[in-house]
Ligand binder design. Sequence first.
Ligand code: BES
Ligand code: ZN
Ligand code: ZN
Length: 453
Amino acid sequence: MHQTIQHASDGTPLYLLEKNQFPNWLQQQDAFVKNWLKNTQYEGKGLTLIPDNNGELVCALFCSEDLQNLFASADIAKQLPAQQFVLHCDTGLELNAAIAWGLSSYQFDKYKQIETPQATLALTNGDIAQQANNVIHATCLVRDMINTPAGDMMPEHMAQTVEAVAQQFGGTFSQLVDEELLEHNYPTIHAVGRASVHAPRLLDLRWGDKQHPKVTLVGKGVCFDSGGLDLKPSGAMRLMKKDMGGAAHVMGLAYLIMSHNLPIQLRVIIPSVENAVSANAFRPGDVLQTRHGISVEIDNTDAEGRLVLCDALSEACNDKPDVIFDFATLTGACRVALGTELPGFFSNDNQIAQDLMAVGEENDDPIWRLPLHKAYRGLLKSDVADISNCASTPFGGAITAALYLQEFVHKDIPWLHFDVMAWNNRKLPGRPVGGEAFGIRTVFDYLAQRYSA
Ligand code: BES
Ligand code: ZN
Ligand code: ZN
């Protein structure tokens, strides 16, 4: 559940001021307000409530040193009394404040009723309210998909979610299920997913005008990653309902693109599987064929993400898009390198990579580029197949995983691969513990700037 930002002008005023705007604002207030703020020792930092002489609430005031930061005002939604507030601030600050409010109102309440009444927010500008709601909805779609337990977010459920979003925006949805994956030459997706009673699928969403430039998104949709036969230890398995986080990210990004009606031709490809254990599970030492034609020796069945992604990336390249973005909870190594709150990304295109880093900073949605260091390609050598699915050393694990994927991407197609945590381990303003979107506002803003109508 999350709040929708209202388009209205009635409600208690909520003033949002940069710290240096406070003295000026104070000047314009009557003697009562001046005295009240003086006697409550409010000095232009944080949240305060201002009453009239009957004790009724007149307005709320929040001052901060850095309102440019998206999350600066995020926590006030939870501290205000349960009534409607109308935002008063500089036009340039409205969108961020509204997004922050919506993101902090999120609660995963599918299985537990949480009925604490909450303050709501209204903007007088309907366009900004709409833009904020698009971002809030997209992010909360990502969070909901990730937070939903694996048992209720298996490939068949994910298919329903993707189809519903496609329908909402007049896109088309198609899928290949189980044996159809073999008939249409997606051998690695089938091999990873065949041990589950929830049949593996390839989900495919298309939207937009065929005249427009083509952008393709690919997301890792491993609904649960037990590790397969090279089973994960319990601690490492505990959060693996989030291993479809890449799929959730590309759906959130698709939602942003479609709701803002960007002039692009969009395709979203999601290999959706459960990496389960059963008598027909794929094994360490097996050799799989791929859609590309390259053979892969399985060193470890827990390196399954790159296996389902490689066939999806081959298909993505087939219709020669302008650019490919993939998102995946691909490696623990990327978390060791950058921590859980900074997603790593890799690219074969220096210009796009550089532009993206800058856009990330501007959006308080940072990302960090890691190198496709060619010299490590040798770590993926196999004695019996064209490539091994993982290196024998864990060092540089995010890089070797990305180098594996690169083998399946046409070198002339700009490609960006994001290795994300998809989860908040700790609570931060506007970001509750649990499923989280990383980098999608950045990629969306990059696309919006590059392909403006
Ligand atoms: N889904 C995991 C990676 C992961 C783990 C991402 C924890 C985020 C947090 C992936 O399928 C995996 O198990 N990767 C292995 C690769 C190894 C076997 C080469 C890993 O990272 O340990
Ligand atoms: Zn794994
Ligand atoms: Zn995985």
